[in-house]
Design a protein around this ligand. Structure first.
Ligand code: SF4
Length: 458
């Protein structure tokens, strides 16, 4: 069996499962957030009764992160609905925006978008926070009401996004009927060349198969090249499995996974026991492709979908209005460090917005030093508008006062993960997906730019 088949067989209490087979799986973790949480709660109450209790309050993780730092009253109210449900159900893992369990959330627009407006428990973007707070344990099944839940597959889990109706059912029962996907294997060989990042790898892969090329299939990344990648890199790749239609993305378990998970479960106080799945000898793949990492170049997904692959060096005629770095995919500390290396000591030419994925990323950027100044300061001195309000921000457009939102037709290059029309705001905008290096180099020139001559060699 493939890694995904083994995970589903285990979660379904079966010796074997085959692609296409429906299996009732036991869910280890259910995640929801402010956009889908209220709807999920509504389904749960409607189907199980107003007085019903969730199947296991210690296995539900609630992370407000999407439409948080906005004066939109209905968006603020969504966070309060989550808080009321957490109180009613005794849910343990709730990363609230405010510290008062009986309070109400209200964004103060008068304070502006840049300075921190959250309390001590806030965790930032759900997928990055799930890993950072110790909720991604190898060998488990993690479902979330968000399509990029597949990011947790970096840690050798079966992780996928589900709709509110399914999530309401899981809330009441802890189970879900899932069809076992076929597996596409991408065997990664070699190492990333200079100026190329994990984002380029996944944009390359999606370009190979198209934005629907993995529809309802598992995307398994393995081989020596996969093992050479950091956990942040693996998260970037697994995150975007859904951009090819994938049901899930998955990596093998190794010492890097172990070290990351042990550190995060200890720091987060979450369950520390886990049992990874190892690859079988008899794995059968519906598609088996070797990708030589050393041959990949800085890559862009052009408007209007993540499969519109082009090389950055061939896109120099595309003039830009905005650059954006942030999101679960591109808002990690390592992403900002790469960006800062390129812009250090220079000035961006176009409006450039930076939104860290989590408060931890904010702290790290404000602490880590680059030539005697904090990375945060390096970015600000280069003209990047940095907000401490870690969240999804303009990755998903959001209300019109959302930081970085494209409120008029614009050409934007971004380290985020999705570029369908309207995704970041105005539906006539054109959004180009790229690595933090490419976004940074393009911010300096105002055109899509191959970053290799801008990345310092030391
Ligand atoms: S940062 Fe973007 S892709 Fe990630 S969870 Fe938020 S809206 Fe979705």
């Amino acid at each position: 069996m493939t890694l995904t088949e083994k995970l589903l067989a285990r979660a379904g209490g079966k010796a074997r499962v085959a692609p296409g087979e429906n299996v009732w799986v036991k869910v280890d973790v259910l995640m929801t957030h402010d956009v889908c949480g209220p709807g999920t709660i509504g389904v749960f109450h409607r189907e199980f009764g107003r007085a019903a209790k969730v199947w296991d309050p210690s296995r539900i993780v609630i992370i407000p992160d999407h439409y948080i730092f906005t004066a939109d009253a209905l968006s603020n109210r969504n966070v309060d609905i989550l808080r009321e449900f957490v109180r009613e159900q005794g849910i343990r893992w709730f990363y609230d925006v405010i510290d008062d369990a009986n309070g109400a959330w209200k964004f103060d627009a008068a304070k502006g978008p840049l300075k921190r407006q959250y309390g001590a428990s806030f965790a930032g973007v759900c997928h990055t926070a799930l890993a950072a707070r110790g909720h991604t344990r190898p060998g488990e099944v993690l479902l979330g009401t968000d399509s990029h839940t597949c990011m947790a597959g970096a840690f050798n889990l079966f992780a996928t996004g589900i709709g509110n109706t399914d999530a309401g059912f899981v809330m009441g029962t802890g189970k879900l009927l899932l069809k076992t996907p076929e597996t596409m294997r991408f065997r990664l060989e070699g190492t990333l060349p200079f100026g190329v990042m994990a984002k380029d790898v996944i944009l390359h892969v999606i370009g190979e198969i198209g934005f629907d090329g993995a529809t309802y299939r598992a995307m398994q990344f393995d081989g020596a090249g996969a093992r050479s990648l950091s956990m942040d890199d693996r998260m970037t790749i697994a995150n975007m499995a859904i951009e090819a239609g994938g049901k899930n993305g998955i990596f093998e378990y190794d010492e890097k996974t172990k070290a990351y998970v042990e550190e995060r479960t200890r720091a987060g106080g979450t369950r520390a026991e886990f049992e990874p799945v190892e690859p079988d000898r008899d794995q059968e793949f519906v598609h088996d492709q070797t990708i030589d990492l050393s041959k990949i170049e800085p890559t862009v997904a052009k408007h209007p979908d993540p499969g519109q692959r082009a090389l950055a060096r061939d896109c120099g005629d595309i003039v830009l209005d905005r650059a954006y770095i942030g999101s679960c995919t591109g808002g990690k500390t390592s992403d900002f460090l790469a960006f800062a290396r390129v812009v250090k000591g220079k000035r961006v030419k176009i409006g450039t917005f930076g939104v860290p994925a989590t408060p931890e990323v904010v702290r790290e950027l404000q602490t880590l030093q680059m030539d005697g100044r904090s990375v945060w300061r390096v970015l600000e001195e280069a003209g990047v508008q940095m907000t401490e309000n870690a969240s999804c921000a303009a990755c998903l457009g959001g209300p019109s006062d959302t930081f970085g939102r494209l409120n008029r037709p614009m050409n934007c290059i971004t380290a985020t993960n999705r570029n369908f029309p309207g995704r970041m705001g105005h539906k006539e905008s054109r959004v180009y997906l790229a690595s933090p290096y490419t976004v940074a180099a393009s911010a300096l020139t105002g055109r899509i730019t191959d970053p290799r001559e801008y990345v310092p060699t030391s």
